[in-house]
Design a protein around this ligand. Structure first.
Ligand code: PLP
Length: 368
């Protein structure tokens, strides 16, 4: 196959020259981690860019989920979605919490707010929704259910970097929101993540928890973990933040090309922008109706692969089908008909800043 390989994603990276300037400074400071200069600068810059009051940086996007559950003392059962990356549910497992899967809305692929109430039991203490593909959940309705039953809400916002609804960051919804800065995400620090919170006391507590629970030289206030972002990654992140708007604009251009070519293709459903939402174009999912399209999702996936174009069946398989979770009552496919169908239909097309118009043409020609 002589066609150039097109991967599903490609990392946003700062220039080596710019990074070297920061690296030289870090080498001179000889302060490599533990809330260093770049760590503090990145927290400040992210609060400003994202429009959030407080943020705490982490080494990845999974530990903020685990830590938020610890900080809010969530126990018992938590209502969540099977249509996510496994880390969402794993964070519950690592806290000894039983996940209770609730089906998704077919239009948004997010937790269906109408189905949450029926899954609440006396053991339910929280809801953990995911802004899938960066599309905002119905945060108002989720909050209404949470308030009615006295539940915490922790959003896995790993996909929702920079997403705003009517000018307000979607990260301000619920009790806390988590971000992932993994290399495959819209904004990255190679590996990294963060927890967004609403008040200073919570920020302080999270900062203790990500540093073994140390509240001072000799005081340990909780069984904390080690999840501090180091100076090199924070510096890398500061540089990437300067180009993330350009990257999002580039992604939007790709999304618009895909949409104008795929809109109306029989058996192919795409997602349109939501009015009032500032999207980040993190992913470009298409949903294949095998009967109408004349080819199944998997057939399309392997056809693209044969032509050196890598899509990603994201999310497939559903979390609820993995051995850890499939024995749960709520994991039964008849409890999750929409998620089960969507997981069989979805394929995310290559999407990243730097994908050329010719690349996009080649991908479109494999589909239409
Ligand atoms: C990427 C991702 C995570 C995990 O983030 P890491 O930084 O890889 O640990 C969690 N949830 C969702 C929905 C993700 O996409």
């Amino acid at each position: 196959m002589d066609e150039k390989l097109i991967t599903v994603t490609s990392p946003l990276m700062p220039s080596l020259e710019d990074l070297n300037v920061y690296l030289k400074d870090i080498w001179q400071r000889k302060w490599l981690t533990n809330n260093g200069h770049y760590h503090q600068e990145l927290e400040k810059a992210l609060c400003e860019y994202l429009g959030v009051p407080f943020i705490s940086l982490f080494t990845n996007g999974t530990l903020p989920l685990i830590t938020a559950l610890q900080a809010l003392r969530v126990t018992g059962e938590v209502i969540t979605t099977p249509f996510s990356f496994v880390a969402t549910t794993h964070s519950l497992w690592w806290n000894g919490i039983k996940p209770v899967f609730v089906d998704i809305d077919p239009e948004t692929c997010n937790l269906d707010p109408d189905k949450i109430e029926a899954a609440i039991t006396p053991h339910t203490t929280a809801i953990m929704p995911v802004h899938v593909y960066g599309r905002p959940c119905d945060t108002e309705r989720i909050q209404a259910v949470a308030d009615k039953y006295g539940l915490k809400v922790i959003y896995d916002a790993a996909h929702a970097f920079g997403v705003k609804v009517n000018g307000e960051s979607v990260l301000n919804a619920g009790d806390m929101s988590t971000l992932s800065f993994h290399a495959t995400k819209v904004y990255s620090t190679i590996e990294g993540g963060a927890l967004v919170m609403k008040d200073e006391q919570t920020k302080r507590r999270i900062d203790y928890l990500k540093n073994f629970g140390f509240a001072g030289e000799t005081t340990v206030v909780a069984p904390g973990i080690n999840s501090k972002m180091d100076e090199v990654r924070a510096a890398y992140g500061l540089l990437n933040l300067k180009q993330v708007d350009r990257a999002i604009a580039g992604r939007q251009h790709v999304a618009e090309k895909y949409r104008s070519a795929l809109r109306g293709v029989p058996g192919i459903r795409i997602m349109e922008d939501v009015p009032g939402v500032r999207h980040n174009y993190a992913y470009f999912p298409v949903f294949v109706d095998a009967e109408q399209y004349g080819m199944s999702r998997d057939e399309l996936y392997f056809k693209m692969k044969e032509h050196n174009v890598l899509g990603r069946r994201y999310f497939y398989p559903l979390i609820s089908t993995f051995s850890t979770y499939r024995g749960l009552e709520s994991a039964r496919p008849d409890n999750l008909p929409v998620a089960t169908r969507i997981a069989e239909q979805v394929i995310c097309l290559p999407m990243y800043y730097g994908l050329t118009d010719e690349d996009v043409e080649r991908i479109i020609n494999l589909i239409v």
